[in-house]
Write a protein that binds this ligand. Structure first.
Ligand code: C2E
Ligand code: MG
Ligand code: MG
Length: 280
């Protein structure tokens, strides 16, 4: 009896595994097709100077336009990463975003661009060439492009990733550590990469005006960035109190729903046109 019961459990477990694998494969097939058919789109989230409220940069964020739904990256980046499709997807993001921002800059809007990088992309053999081609084709100056790198980059294949990022840096492209915290990986990045920007993790920002420990930790990150001569950007600012606290700490740049949500390219154009309009 006990044997029978055990057997059925194993069977149920195996069939769950099977379903998951099948769903993953289906997703990968759909991703490949979406890439071929151009079903991805970019939203741009402004980053502003916390003292003047002027837009200093936009961050490109990828979305997947499915029949009647728009999927956020967390729903498909894992599968894209696993299948290697994140490499061509990342190339599309880079090319599209560089062209867009170069266009805005030609209208004399002095803004920078942030693009997120995945580990797979950095380790792909054509990575540095792709970036330099996106810059050459669009006419975007290398110094206007910042690439966001996060924790896991140095964990897998650290030597190789660091070398590729140094090549990138040699092009004049800037590097940011995304979701920067007090963890070992964040600090290791500072030692091993020539970093330009720290992006303070939204989890710190969330409690910066209510929790005194978080406040001290955040102040330490801001000071660390300043002492190293880096640009410090706070991410995920949702409330006025958080913005004021961060500004008082000496954090000069911020991003978050309070300031602006990610929006279409047309939305950014309208936003910057409004900003450029003479004050009445
Ligand atoms: P990230 O680079 O840290 O981007 C910030 C995320 O926080 C974005 O989510 C943005 O929409 C969201 N966000 C911004 N302000 C607020 C706020 O005030 N409150 C809250 N709750 N959220 C806020 P999104 O667009 O879903 O992207 C999630 C992550 O996916 C990004 O985190 C980035 O790691 C990754 N990602 C996005 N686009 C790309 C891409 O083109 N390539 C790669 N490799 N990764 C990407
Ligand atoms: Mg980012
Ligand atoms: Mg982030």
């Amino acid at each position: 009896r006990a044997k029978e019961w055990d057997g059925s459990r194993v069977e149920i477990y195996a069939s769950h595994m099977h379903d998951r694998v099948v769903r993953r494969l289906e997703l990968q097939t759909q991703l490949r097709q979406a890439l071929a058919e151009g079903d991805f789109l970019l939203e741009y989230q402004p980053a502003v100077d916390l003292n003047t409220s002027k837009v200093t940069a936009v961050e490109a964020l990828v979305r997947w336009q499915r029949d009647d739904e728009v999927w956020a990256p967390e729903r498909f980046l894992g599968a894209a990463e696993e299948s290697g499709l994140v490499v061509p997807l990342g190339e599309w993001v880079l090319t599209e975003a560089c062209a867009r921002v170069a266009e805005w800059r030609r209208l004399s809007w002095d803004i920078g661009l942030s693009v997120n990088l995945s580990v797979r992309q950095i380790l792909s053999p054509r990575f540095v060439d792709t970036v330099s081609m996106a810059l050459a084709d669009s006419g975007l100056p290398a110094a206007a492009l910042t690439m966001d790198v996060d924790e896991d980059v140095l964990l897998e294949n650290p030597g190789e990733a660091v070398a590729r990022l140094a090549d990138l840096r040699a092009l004049g492209v800037r590097l940011a550590i995304d979701d920067f915290g007090m963890g070992h990986a964040s600090l290791a990045h500072l030692r091993r990469l020539q970093v330009d920007t720290l992006k303070i993790d939204a989890s710190f920002v969330q409690d910066v005006d209510v929790d005194s420990t978080v406040q001290l930790l955040t102040q330490s990150i801001v000071s660390l960035g300043k002492n190293l001569g880096l640009r410090v950007v706070a991410e995920g600012i949702e409330e006025q109190g958080q913005l004021e606290r961060l500004r008082d700490m000496g954090c000069t740049q911020g991003q978050g729903f309070l300031v602006a949500r990610p929006m279409s390219a047309e939305g950014i154009t309208a936003l910057i046109e409004g900003e450029a309009a003479p004050e009445r």
